[in-house]
Design a protein around this ligand. Structure first.
Ligand code: CA
Ligand code: CA
Length: 105
């Protein structure tokens, strides 16, 4: 009984996040190229909450969080240097997700 309730709630939350993503950008799950396919696959493997947070921080919607976008979040700004693994001064979704995953350690 409780397990069923939980899986229904999780399913609704996931659906809502996908709908939110579809609404806020030109999101094509099938994709035309290898890049967008990988991006979709990566998003599927991540927590919807992390993807949603990434998209809200990526205010110009170019798929990366740059320094000026990170400034809106003081925690992220403090962790920016560590999170930016390849030091290109931009956080990809993958770098952002990794930094969130290690945030509580
Ligand atoms: Ca951006
Ligand atoms: Ca980077």
């Amino acid at each position: 009984m409780f397990l069923n309730m939980k899986s229904i709630t999780t399913g609704l939350f996931t659906t809502a996040a996908v709908v939110a993503l579809a609404g806020c950008q030109n999101y094509t799950p099938a994709g035309d190229g290898a890049g967008s396919f990988d991006r979709g696959k990566l998003e599927m493997s991540l927590s919807p909450a992390v993807v949603e947070q990434f998209n809200s921080l990526d205010s110009n919607g170019d798929g990366v969080i740059d320094v000026s976008e990170a400034r809106s979040n003081s925690d992220l700004m403090g962790a920016f240097g560590t999170a930016d693994v390849d030091s290109d001064r931009q956080l990809s979704l993958e770098e952002f997700a990794d930094s969130q995953a290690t945030d509580n350690n």
